[in-house]
Design a protein around this ligand. Structure first.
Ligand code: ZN
Length: 408
C-alpha cells in the first residue's frame, strides 16, 4: 500500500521535472501512431472484426514459469488464442477473426498493432500468462490502457514490453518508446483514450467469466501501458491468464481442460460484449452455439410462461405462439429464489437454464418497441445490464432475426 502511494507520488514528481522530455516522447509516439493507421482492408461480408494476439512467439518464449515444462508462455497463449478464435468463428459467421500469429513466429509489437489498425478491427484481444518473483502469486488479471496504479502493474507491463529488446531495429521502429523507462509510461498514458469505456466493459466481462464460471482468483481489471493495447486504435484488452511461476496455476494452464475453460470464458466475454454492442448499433448478431463447453449450449426455454399482470409497471403480456421478446435481468450459477431482494420486487420473473447457468427474465411482449420500453424501465429500476432476448415457440432465437420477422 505504502509502496504504491510512493510510486504515484514519484511519478507525479517525474512528470513535472521531465515535462519537456515527456512532450517530445508524446510527439514521437503520435508520429508512430499516425504512421500505424493506414489504408484499411476489410472483407465486406463481415460486419465485425476481432484481432486476437497470442503473446510472444518464435525467438521470444515469453515467461518460462517454474521451468518444469518445456512449453512456455508463448505456447499457452497461442493454444488459448486459437481456441477463442475457433469458438468465435463457429458461432459468428459475420465476425472476421484475424490472428497476429497462428504459429511459432514473432511478429514485432508494432506490426501486431499495424495488423489491427489496417484491418480497422472492432476489437483487439492480446493473450498472455503472468510471472512473479513470488511463487505464491496466482490469479487472473485483465489490462486496459492507462497509467498503472501500482508498481506491480508497471513491472508487469515493463516485462511484457521488453519483448521489443529482442527486435533488431527497435530504436528505429519505436521512436521514443523505451520499455524500461518510467517516463515512457507517463507520456503514453496522457494520450487520449477514447475506447476506455468499451475496453473496460470487455475486460470486466473477461474477469467475471474467469471468476464465476472457471473459479479463478480475480485480481481485477487493471490499467498499464502495454505497447500493443496502447497503439491499437480500437477497444483493446490484454489478458493475463494466470501465473506460470505458481506450480498449481502452471499445471492448470498447461492442461487441455484448463486451456479450454479459459478460452471458452474469453469467448463468452466476447459474446456478451458483442450482444451489447449489437443492441446499441442495431447490427445483426447471428450467434448459434455449437461446440462450446459448459454453459454455452443452445438456450432453451425451460418454463412455459403464464399470464400475470405486473404491479411494478413492467408489461407482461403472455405470447402463446410465435415470437416473443423478454428482458434478461440476471444470471446465476445457482437457482435464485424469485422472492429474494435481488429481483427488486418484480412479481413475474421467468427462469430458463442454459448449461449450468440460470437466466432470469422479466416482461413479455410480442412487440420489439414495447420490449425496449420494458428494458428502459428495468434499467431505471437498477437492472443496469438488462438486455432484450427473443424466443420463437420457446426456442431462443437471434434478436435481429426476431425483429425482422415481427416487422415484416
Ligand atoms: Zn506475455
Amino acid at each position: 500500500m505504502h509502496k504504491d502511494a510512493t510510486t504515484v507520488e514519484m511519478n507525479a514528481q517525474t512528470k513535472i521535472n521531465r515535462g519537456k522530455r515527456g512532450a517530445m516522447i508524446i510527439l514521437a509516439l503520435a508520429a508512430i501512431f499516425i504512421a500505424a493507421v493506414s489504408t484499411p482492408t476489410k472483407d465486406h461480408k463481415k460486419t465485425f472484426t476481432v484481432v486476437i494476439d497470442p503473446g510472444h512467439g518464435g525467438k521470444d518464449p515469453g515467461n518460462i514459469g517454474t521451468g518444469r515444462f518445456k512449453r512456455t508462455e508463448k505456447n499457452i497463449s497461442l493454444d488459448v488464442s486459437l481456441q477463442v478464435g475457433k469458438y468465435i468463428q463457429e458461432n459468428y459467421p459475420e465476425v472476421e477473426v484475424i490472428y497476429t500469429r497462428t504459429g511459432d513466429t514473432y511478429p514485432e509489437l508494432y506490426q501486431r498493432c499495424e495488423i489491427a489498425n489496417k484491418a480497422k478491427a472492432d476489437l483487439f484481444i492480446s493473450i498472455h500468462c503472468n510471472a512473479n518473483d513470488n511463487r505464491q502469486a496466482f490469479g487472473t488479471e485483465t489490462f486496459v490502457m492507462g497509467l498503472h496504479k501500482s508498481e506491480e502493474s508497471l513491472k508487469t507491463a515493463m516485462r511484457e514490453n521488453a519483448s521489443i529488446y529482442l527486435e533488431d531495429n527497435y530504436e528505429k521502429n519505436y521512436g521514443g518508446f523505451d520499455p524500461k523507462n518510467p517516463d515512457t509510461y507517463i507520456a503514453m498514458s496522457l494520450r487520449e483514450n477514447i475506447f476506455l469505456d468499451q475496453s473496460l466493459a470487455l475486460a470486466k466481462n473477461v474477469q467475471d467469466e474467469f471468476r464465476v464460471k472457471v473459479g479463478r482468483k480475480d485480481r481485477g481489471v487493471k490499467q498499464a501501458g502495454y505497447y500493443v493495447i496502447a497503439f491499437t486504435n480500437m477497444p483493446s484488452i490484454l489478458v493475463e491468464l494466470g501465473f506460470l511461476t505458481n506450480e498449481t496455476e502452471e499445471d492448470f494452464l498447461h492442461s487441455d481442460d484448463g486451456k479450454t475453460y479459459m478460452a471458452s470464458a474469453i469467448y463468452r466475454a466476447f459474446k456478451a460484449y458483442k450482444e451489447k454492442t449489437d443492441l446499441k448499433t442495431g447490427k445483426a448478431s447471428n450467434a448459434t452455439a455449437t461446440n462450446i463447453p459448459e454453459e454455452n449450449k443452445p438456450e432453451i426455454s425451460a418454463e412455459t410462461t403464464k399470464p400475470v399482470t405486473e404491479s411494478t409497471g413492467i408489461t407482461y403480456n403472455e405470447v402463446k405462439s410465435g415470437i416473443k421478446f423478454q428482458v434478461q435481468i440476471l444470471t446465476s450459477s445457482k437457482p435464485l429464489n424469485k422472492k429474494s431482494s435481488e429481483f427488486k420486487g418484480l412479481d413475474k420473473v421467468d427462469e430458463y437454464i442454459s448449461g449450468n447457468v440460470y437466466k432470469y427474465m422479466a416482461g413479455c411482449t410480442s412487440s420489439f418497441q414495447e420490449a425496449k420500453t420494458i428494458q428502459k424501465k428495468l434499467r431505471e429500476k437498477g437492472f443496469n445490464d438488462a438486455f432484450i432476448v427473443a424466443f420463437e415457440n420457446g426456442q431462443r432465437i437471434d434478436l435481429n432475426e426476431a425483429i425482422r420477422k415481427t416487422t415484416n
